[in-house]
Design a protein around this ligand. Sequence first.
Ligand code: HEM
Length: 473
Amino acid sequence: MTEAVTLGVAARAVGDLPGPRGLPLLGNLPGFVRGGVPHRTLEAWCDRYGSTFRMSLGRMPAVVTADPSVVARIQRQRPDEFRRSSHMTGVLDEIGVHGVFTAEGDEWRRLRKMATQALNAAYLRQYFSTIATVTERLKRRWDTSAGDGRSVDVLDDMMRYTLDVTSGLAMGHDLNSLEQTGDGLHRRLPLLFPEFGRRINAPVAYWRWFRLPRDRRLDATVREIDALVRDRFAEATRRMAGGGEPANFLEALVAPLEGESPFTHEEVFGNVLTMLLAGEDTTSSTAAWAIHHLAENPDVQERVRAEADEVLGDSGFPADPATVGRLGFAEAVVHEVARLRPVAPFLAFQPLRDVTFDTEHGPLLVEKGVPVFALMAYGARRDLDRYPEPEVFRPERWLEGRLPRESLPFMPFGGGPRFCPGRNLALLEATIVVSLLCRSFTVEPDTSAGVVEERMSFTAYPTNLRVRLRARQ
Ligand code: HEM
């Protein structure tokens, strides 16, 4: 018996919801992926059809919702009532990225404990010296760019920065991509996300029958990381055999929590790769967008600079997490960037049984397995009471005491038991980058590569983003 019948209320079926007209066989898939900005398409449809509407991906019906109460219920009732989209996790699992992000049920509970432990505040304090080393390298790289008058490829620099931080944290490995000029894993790893996005949105899973050159490149990169993880795991096992506390995520996986069975190589590999990917792309795009908005807004730059001068004294960047905590305006810049340029603007779920939601169209019955896309930041640009002048970049709005940092309709890090365990690390890194940049340089936009645009593959990111730096005297 469905929940709708139990409640004695006539619930609408998904097919009765308003929504865009689809093409035969393909449904709304072409419209959804056109222009490389599916999230903006969903937001435009939301403006048109209301906070909860239907679409179809191929022949599969799906629900899209920006309704805060529906999104909150989905987030809270995981992993028992809702799971991540099996289509998406299937694509990731097939590549070997099976870890805390794709796991469900008891497996997820076990992995989540490890991930949370590896990213908690006490651990980040202990890990701060690695962040400081990587930040010093970033400063040297920017000093050189400013000295040579060279324009900076912002997303590339931010990918190197976040990759170096994350690979240290995930497996105690110093990739040092910030100081490398040639080819290396740092050039190949960032290609993985676009490949995931492409496969997730592909109308046919052709790679199960034949491999294109890009699929072979993907396989080779996964094998390369697998070899690196094996090597690092052997080292971690030797270190942990000598006693002592785990100093990175991989070492924590060597010594599972009490009562837990040892992790297999597939589990170790899948989880380390999950950390590398989850920690790199998301944070690099957020930090890159922050630099873009600073370049476009010299007055905001000036205010970050004044705060950094006061808090940091003679040093170029914060020496510990407590000092980062005093950079309130720099952190507000990061929150404002997450609002305007969310890197995970929607998440895809599926109910594990038939469920009924209260929506603006009345009760809605969503059958087990139907994909539900939740828009995580739509309201942050539509709710005029909470966010006046929503299109304006105005970090001060986060310091006026009215806005809770993260609450629906704005949840850039997700919510409920599966909210992002890397949130604190991401905020720490992005706040450090923002203050370092303004403390040591003035930033100007450089549009020589073209107009800065937004694209989305697995996550949303900027294109053509270049700036010029001038060292402050
Ligand atoms: C600005 C940066 C980041 C953003 C916007 C972001 C956003 C998100 C979002 C929206 C989710 C899904 C949450 C949900 O389902 O409710 C997520 C999950 C996750 N994130 Fe992040 N993230 C960021 C940085 C990081 C970092 C630095 C790490 C670790 C190094 C990380 C590790 C993870 C993991 C492991 C999950 C899966 C959690 C689970 O399923 O239990 N993230 N993140």
